[in-house]
Structures are given as structure tokens and as C-alpha cells.
Design a protein around this ligand. Sequence first.
Ligand SMILES: C[S@@+](CC[C@H](N)C(=O)[O-])C[C@H]1O[C@@H](n2cnc3c(N)ncnc32)[C@H](O)[C@@H]1O
Length: 263
Amino acid sequence: MKESEISQYWNDKAEALKTDPSATMKDVILRGMEVEAIGSRLKADDELLDVGGGNAYAGLLWAEQCKNVLVTDFSEKMVEYGRVAITESRRDNINTKQASVLDLSVYARQYSAVTCVRCLINLTSQEEQLAGVEQLASALKPGGRLFLIEGLDETFAAMNSARQAMQLPAISLDWHNRLLPKDKLEAKLTETLTIEERVDFGEYYFLSRIMHPLLVAPEEPTFQGRCNQIARDVWRAGLAKGRFADMSTLVLYVCTKPRHDGA
Ligand SMILES: C[S@@+](CC[C@H](N)C(=O)[O-])C[C@H]1O[C@@H](n2cnc3c(N)ncnc32)[C@H](O)[C@@H]1O
């Protein structure tokens, strides 16, 4: 896969879906859970850089919870529609600009919080993905926090094994996605940061990707179906917290940069 094709893909998505939350993820319930998981950890005085932030849907919600937000994305069309959404919101503590996760040098050590949600999985090699982690960490002030949500190889495979054990077909990865191996990602994060929390969405994956299709077969499950809404409520209530972590394709890493990082 080539960077230019991936860029075209996201420009096309932005043109088609404009400011809609589904422009960057079809499962908008899971998307809402990501926004909640990060939003509940932001602080009122946080200055936030959202990298690969798409059409600023999440950034606008986080702007209600922190001091200010800069959303960046490498797709010019995502930035264009992000600007439309920001103008329509009339908020004055959020802006959007074009930038690649592979070069955040102009933002070095400027932010108390950096978010990056399903952006690194769009890079074309593992080397670039790990270089992206370095860039994200570099944008943090000493003591700042990185909120990184990415998909992992192992948890995606475990979710598919569970499906196959129930005679459901494996879900295939979108052509423009490359998941990260957990050990390599964590090794890279811990070169400069401390991992404080790993937040999973495992019970949602179990209920939405295994129970839901079994319940509605031979119909296809819909992303906004009742079962997925209940799955979100189960996740929110923490009823089975952590028990399905091994099949949570997406994981939120909450990391801190040391107060004295010697840089
Ligand atoms: C799956 S979407 C996620 C968007 C948003 N973070 C969200 O929560 O829905 C991936 C986003 O990453 C952007 N992207 C892909 N490669 C990028 C890169 N090298 N630098 C910055 N953004 C990138 C895409 O344009 C797209 O908006």
C-alpha cells in the first residue's frame, strides 16, 4: 500500500461523509466509547494536540473538556471539513491544521496532552509506525500525557479465533490498515514514556463481534443495532471489565512523559 493511495482514501471519505462521525469509523458506537474513554481523562487546563484527528468530530467534544485543542490531519479534505464543523460549532478554543504524524517537529514540547486515535494503523510500515510514536511523544511537555488508541495484531487475531470457534467468518482487515504488534508498540512507548493504563473495549468486542452476529443470523448485524448499544452500556458499567481484554482489537494507552526528560 502507498501513502498517496491512503491519502486519497481519506480525502474521498471526507468528501463523501463531510462532518459526519462515521467518516473515520463505521462503528460510531465504538467511536463514541473511544471519545468517552479519553474525554473522561482530560483535565480542564489541558492544551491538547489531536493527531490524525480527521474531521475534528472527537476534537470538538474534547474541546468542551479542556482549555484548547489543535486537531491535525494529513488529509486536506478532512481538515477542510473539520474547519466547517468548527465554524458551525462557534467554539473559539479549537483549530485544525494539516500535518503528518511523521513530522510534528513544529509542535515539539508544546502540549500537556496529545491524542492519536487509529492514525498509526494507516502508516505503510512498522518502522513508520514506531517513528510516529516518537513524534507523538516529542509533542508533549515534560509531565504531559499521551492518549493513544491503536489496533493490535494479537487482540485482532484472538477476536477472530473466537468468531471462528463459533463458526463465524474471520473479519478481514481493511486494505489501508496495518495493526501493531503489542510488544513492539509497548517497547517503543516505554523508551520515552511510562504506560500508566491500558484501557480495553473487550466486552464490547465480545458482544458486538461475536454475540450480535450469532443472535441476528442469517441477517447481518448493523453497527448501530440494539445489541451494540447494550454492549456499550455493559462496557460503561464495567460489569466485565478486563475479562475480554485479550480480544479488544483497539486499546487505549495512557502514557506520561517524565517531568525531567533530559531533552
Ligand atoms: C481511522 S481515521 C481516525 C480519525 C480520528 N482520529 C477518529 O478518531 O476517528 C485515520 C485518520 O488518520 C489520518 N492519517 C492517515 N495517515 C496520516 C498521517 N501520516 N499523518 C496524519 N494523519 C494521518 C487520516 O486522514 C484519517 O483522518
